[in-house]
Design a protein around this ligand. Structure first.
Ligand SMILES: Cc1ncc(COP(=O)(O)O)c(C=O)c1O
Length: 392
């Protein structure tokens, strides 16, 4: 009897999805388990997609994406990071951040290779490594006082002759941690010294609260591209999902050394060919016109973060470090040793849906992830129910 390939069966399932599947079979759940807000895509972006369809952006495009969108992204990097990129050879448009991770990891790993992954992290990075028949070696971020750090000794100990790359996420999902310049410098040096690829998942780049305070809510979290040269073995993963409320559109990009970018564009042909044409056009409009909306969203997110963090700090047995970016809180709850079961019970008894910390790999158990991108009224009800649940 033919069977599903064991290597496909070995890819772990997402425990966030597992929880979500239970929640989706229920009515009236406060859904804080996914990484998205319930705010719809802004109208100016939807209108741009309609216009693009009317203008004929309904045909195949280049595997690397429309030159006009790549050009707009190069301009974005010049303006926001002071980084010069060649849109013809160093930027590839993808059908989402997940697909950017997929195609670039496929370009870097052979079966049996190893990837170091800083965790707790969004599980898809490690799962995609497994999908490439390679091995993810998870190294937890240690919590030092109020802030997460990087355990460089543990990273050094984990390197073997099969290690090919290091993946980190900044701003982090689920921690909200943002790599400082010194940490970026050390990560880059670490990889340069050992001949490893450094992959930075920067999909939350625009959701950075320190930048928000300093510069009228606009400054992005520093990209590794500022520090790296274009000859460095560096790949950046990006997406329109988070900054522009475009999760369902499936559009992202990657920036990489030109050999990898070229190969990723070529492999795109066999994976998705390219991101949808009219979506690419709408993404161009998001980049060009999105700043004011983004500023408003950041202000709202920051207020939500402060509200939820203050509420959590009042709850018995809960500790929650200060996140600098993204839209998550990752509180540790004293006595919780099975975060999936905790979230399942919370869901069934109170209809509050959170993501279990165990879903985020090494270092995640004992915590839960709260996405605070929802409306304030939903967050207020959810925090109230969580507090009552913990009091019981
Ligand atoms: C860290 C991280 N990277 C990448 C993605 C992928 O985003 P998308 O595939 O929607 O572009 C997400 C989405 O939650 C994420 O949290």
């Amino acid at each position: 009897m033919p069977r599903v390939a064991p290597s496909a069966q070995a890819v772990p399932h997402s425990r966030i999805r597992e929880l979500a599947d239970i929640a989706m079979s229920m009515d009236g759940v406060l859904r804080l388990y996914f990484g998205e807000s319930n705010v719809p895509t802004p109208d100016y972006i939807k209108q741009a997609a309609v216009r693009a369809m009317a203008e004929g952006y309904t045909y195949y495009t280049e595997n690397a994406g429309l030159p006009s969108l790549r050009g707009a992204l190069a301009k974005h990097y010049r303006a926001l990071h002071g980084v010069q990129l060649d849109p013809g050879t160093e930027i590839v448009i993808t059908a989402s951040g997940v697909q950017a991770l997929n195609v670039s990891i496929r370009c870097l790993l052979d079966p049996g290779d190893e990837a170091l992954v800083l965790t707790p992290a969004w599980p898809n990075g490690s799962a995609i490594v497994a999908l490439s028949n390679a091995v993810a070696v998870e190294i937890p971020h240690p919590l030092v006082g109020e802030r997460y750090g990087i355990d460089f000794d543990a990273l050094a100990r984990a390197v073997t002759p099969r290690t090919r790359m290091l993946l980190y996420t900044s701003p982090s999902n689920p921690l909200g941690w943002v790599a400082g310049e010194e940490e970026q410098r050390r990560l880059l040096d670490f990889c340069r010294e050992r001949g490893l690829w450094l992959m930075a998942d920067e999909v939350y780049e625009r959701l950075w609260y320190q930048g928000a305070q300093a510069e009228g809510l606009r400054k992005p979290a520093p990209s590794i591209l500022r520090m790296a040269t274009r000859e460095d073995a560096v790949v950046v993963i990006q997406s329109f999902s988070k900054a522009y409320c475009m999760t369902g559109w499936r559009i992202g990009w990657l920036v990489a050394r030109r050999d990898v970018a070229g190969r990723a564009a070529q492999l795109n042909e066999f994976i998705v060919s390219h991101a949808p044409s009219f979506t690419q056009k709408a993404a161009e409009t998001a980049l060009a016109e999105g700043e004011a909306e983004l500023a408003r969203m950041l202000e709202r997110l920051r207020a939500n973060r402060d509200f939820c963090r203050a509420a959590l700090r009042e709850m018995p047995g809960v500790t929650v470090p200060n996140p600098d970016g993204a839209f998550y809180l990752f509180p540790r709850i004293q006595g919780v040793t099975d975060s999936f079961e905790f979230c399942r019970r919370l869901l069934i008894e109170t209809k509050v849906g959170l993501a279990p910390g165990v879903a985020f790999g090494a270092g995640g158990e004992g915590s839960v992830r709260i996405c605070y991108a929802a409306e304030r009224a939903i967050l207020e009800t959810a925090m109230g129910r969580l507090a009552a649940f913990l009091m019981k």
